[in-house]
Design a protein around this ligand. Structure first.
Ligand code: GMT
Length: 378
């Protein structure tokens, strides 16, 4: 297809929406498109120079009258400037708040700019902020002004219809995974490091440690596995609840069986060195971390919430439980740590599913098709 000029706005953090936006932009650049990222800091997966990619750092000036410096206005101004200067074809924003409304404002301010606006909904922009009276109407307006609305799961599409009574088309383009990067590896070195050379099995949890991830329950599972288990817990990422998790582990006397790795760039190597991935989450529109574990052939124990069952098939690529069912999750983790045949079978089926339904290549193509159809209808 013809090379396009595409603007992408996202959050720069380790959260799934920023990761998806960045990976998509980098892959589009590799296909020959010109990509412009907008955010208040360099996205975490955009650390190196990448051909065809420019990053526009949105800085917000302070002023004595501003109790809350208006990031959204600064973002809209930056988008408008690049939209005009580079004649952007597409402005693809990830996470509705405030990005969708900024994109609309940018286009309104730019005379003669014909960029098509794509808004990808990621989860709490609909399920939490969409119900908040402070944001509800502005999100609804942002959706109406978008030329295409994308949701990362069928469940989130339904939520969007329920919360907003939205009747327009919603394109379900799920999260994807780079299956070359997230692949099974014989990671003896990493594994030896994580186990301090001892014979231990590894449970991994990767998250942004917000309350809804219920990360403390990973520690509860470790405790309930009991002293007879040789399992250790590997916690990857950072966020508001991490210190609570650490305190909880200290109270239970489990600190020596937990590795706190923080935010790291080579998540894929760590996940591939582990035996089971554990996600006790209470809300998830998709569950990118579960998909990444599946791609590395690591079976997933998680909850039956939101879009998770569209990703993890119960009894096939992992085991699903009700939120808060710590005993159930403990039993599933124990099974997957002791039954190596089952572990290998579920792991292989997980990778197979990731390749068949959620590969970077197929999702890249589907995004290109969406962009083409919008440009054709211009
Ligand atoms: O919606 C959020 O809470 C933030 C967002 C993020 O940036 O991490 O997470 C959502 O988007 C991810 C990427 O599409 C999904 O994999 C997560 O399931 C989703 N989180 C929630 O719905 C809580």
């Amino acid at each position: 297809m013809k090379s396009l000029r595409i603007g992408i706005a996202c959050y720069p953090t380790f959260g799934g929406s920023g990761v998806m936006a960045t990976e998509l932009g980098l892959a589009l650049a590799d296909r020959g498109h010109e990509i412009h990222f907008f955010s208040y800091a360099r996205p975490s997966r955009l650390s190196a120079y990448h051909r065809g990619v420019e990053f526009h750092n949105v800085s917000v000036s302070s002023y004595p009258l501003f109790q809350y410096p208006p990031y959204d206005l600064a973002l809209a101004s930056s988008m408008r400037a690049i939209m005009e200067e580079r004649s952007l074809d597409i402005l693809h924003v990830h996470y509705a708040v405030p990005h969708a409304i900024c994109a609309h404002l940018a286009r309104e301010m730019c005379s003669g700019c014909g960029a098509r606006i794509v808004t990808t909904l990621h989860g709490t922009d609909i399920t939490i902020l969409g119900r908040d009276p402070s944001y509800r109407e502005v999100i609804a307006f942002g959706l109406q002004q978008s030329d295409a609305v994308v949701s990362v799961s069928g469940w989130l599409e339904q939520q969007t219809r329920e919360v907003f009574g939205y009747e327009g088309t919603i394109h379900v383009l799920p999260n994807f995974v780079d299956a070359e990067r997230f692949r099974p590896r014989s990671n003896d070195d990493v594994r030896r490091g994580l186990t301090s050379g001892r014979d231990r099995q590894l449970i991994v949890h990767v998250s942004n440690f917000r309350a809804l991830k219920r990360a403390s329950e990973t520690v509860d599972v470790l405790q309930r596995l009991g002293p007879e288990s040789n399992a250790s817990l590997v916690l990857v990422g950072d966020g508001p609840d991490l210190s609570l998790v650490r305190d909880h582990a200290a109270r239970l006397g489990l600190l020596d069986r937990i590795r706190f790795l923080g935010e790291i760039e080579n998540v894929e190597e760590v996940v591939a060195a582990c035996d089971v991935a554990l996600y006790p989450t209470e809300s998830e529109s998709f569950g990118l971390a579960a998909l990444e574990a599946m791609a590395t052939s690591v079976p997933v124990v998680t909850t039956r919430v939101g879009g998770v069952p569209e990703v993890v098939v119960d009894g096939e690529t992992g085991l699903l439980h009700e939120v808060g069912d710590v005993d159930g999750m403990t039993a599933s983790v124990r099974t997957l740590l002791t039954d190596s045949d089952l572990n290998a079978r579920m792991g292989a089926q997980g990778r197979q599913r990731a390749l068949e339904l959620f590969s970077l290549d197929s999702l890249l193509l589907r995004h290109e098709q969406l962009y083409s159809s919008l440009i054709a209808g211009r």
